[in-house]
Design a protein around this ligand. Structure first.
Ligand code: GLY
Length: 373
């Protein structure tokens, strides 16, 4: 059942291995990359409680010793205080230039540990062992690393590609339904941005995936990672096509800021709602048919996912304020907001040519629907 996706970046190429049971054999998988049988692991307290012993015993089978630091779970960890704690801990552990740091957790840990590895002794290698669906299909692959600033998400960071990614499909079994579905938002994104047949497959297989069908999970993760690898190969540093991976993210980042990056809205939930809004915007601009946003929303709803603004608990700011929050997005160039729009399902493209009034009308109507709900 195992699948391997190769990320063919010249001089920095690596494999993403996807399948069940990888944690048990992690030592044998990692050993070829080590100069000495010792790794430093950064993780979070939740993942540590569930899986750290399995990681330790998987490494021990190959005679690899491990030291670990468990940071608090949650988005607020992805900031300077825990970052400097992690870097200083790695130095205290005497991690050398040729050692390997292991990121063992979801997107927060992967991004923080990758960034720590990128600056430690001017750059050490790191291996991603992503434990959330979101990290397995998106954040662990492609080398974007970093932390958040008070001014916005992911504004401090570096491109630093991992040396290996081990995505154990069995680990996904310990995710809450909410976390699983949030990660599934990113899976749906791949179908919507570039592969209509994959979206149709998800419409059929999505419920089985959520129920735990292992073969379907491996296929969905491998397909998503392959799509990401293809895009990253074309445009590693996001000069063009890589921005397609941000479908739904302009809306999502505004919603995350509006909800204080709190538990009210998980990143993947915001991506799903953002994708629905991006298709609504595309349809209003006459780019895609009116049926496309309905089809996107129908699938999200069938999966029991957050789909509309009213699915976010509590009050939201008005449409003008949400538009203002979009202006904080990293993708603003010369004050122009970049949007990922679509000519149909699987046909996304990047543009800065979007009239503000149409974005406002989409937001106003979405908020109005909530008031009526
Ligand atoms: N998560 C978007 C990217 O890696 O480019």
């Amino acid at each position: 059942m195992e699948r391997i996706v190769h990320v063919p970046l010249e001089g920095r190429e690596y494999d993403v291995v996807i399948g069940p049971g990888l944690l048990q054999e992690v030592g044998a998988r990692i050993a070829p990359f080590l100069n000495r049988p010792r790794v430093a692991v950064l993780t979070d307290e939740n993942v540590a409680a569930l899986h750290l012993e399995s990681l330790r015993s998987g490494l021990a089978k190959a005679g690899i010793e491990m030291v670990s630091l468990a940071l608090p779970a949650g988005e607020s960890t992805k900031a300077w205080p825990q970052f400097s704690r992690a870097v200083e801990w790695l130095l205290e552990q005497k991690v050398e230039r040729n050692d390997v740091v292991v990121a063992f957790g979801g997107g927060v840990i992967g991004d923080l540990a990758g960034f720590a590895a990128s600056v430690l002794r001017r750059g050490v290698r790191f291996i991603q062992i992503p434990t959330s669906l979101l990290a397995q299909v998106d954040s662990s692959v492609g080398g974007k690393t970093g932390i958040n600033a008070p001014q916005g998400k992911n504004l401090i960071g570096a491109f630093h590609q991992p040396t290996l990614v081990l995505a154990d499909s069995e680990i996904l079994g310990t995710l809450t339904a909410r976390d699983f579905l949030a990660g599934y938002g990113e899976v749906v994104k791949y179908g919507l941005l570039g592969d209509a047949a994959f979206f149709a497959w998800l419409e059929e297989m999505g419920p089985k995936l959520a129920e735990g069908d292992m073969a379907a999970r491996v296929e969905a993760v491998a397909h998503s990672v392959q799509m990401k690898a293809d895009i990253v190969e074309r445009d590693e540093t996001e000069q063009g096509d890589r921005a397609l991976l941000n479908l739904g993210h302009t809306f999502c980042h505004a919603l995350e800021a509006a909800t204080g990056y709190s538990d009210r809205l998980l990143h993947g939930e915001g991506v799903a709602i953002g994708c629905a809004l991006a298709f609504e915007l595309s349809s209003r601009l006459g780019l895609c048919s009116q049926e496309d946003p309905s089809r996107v929303r129908a699938h999200l709803k069938e999966m029991g996912m957050k789909t509309d603004l009213c699915d976010i608990e509590g009050a939201l700011p008005n449409a003008d304020a949400l538009l203002g929050l979009m202006g904080q997005d990293k993708k603003v160039v010369d004050g122009q907001l970049k949007f990922i729009l679509a000519r149909g399902i699987g046909e996304a493209f990047v543009t800065a040519d979007v009239p503000k009034e149409v974005v406002l009308s989409v937001l106003k109507d979405a908020l109005k629907d909530c008031a009526q709900a």
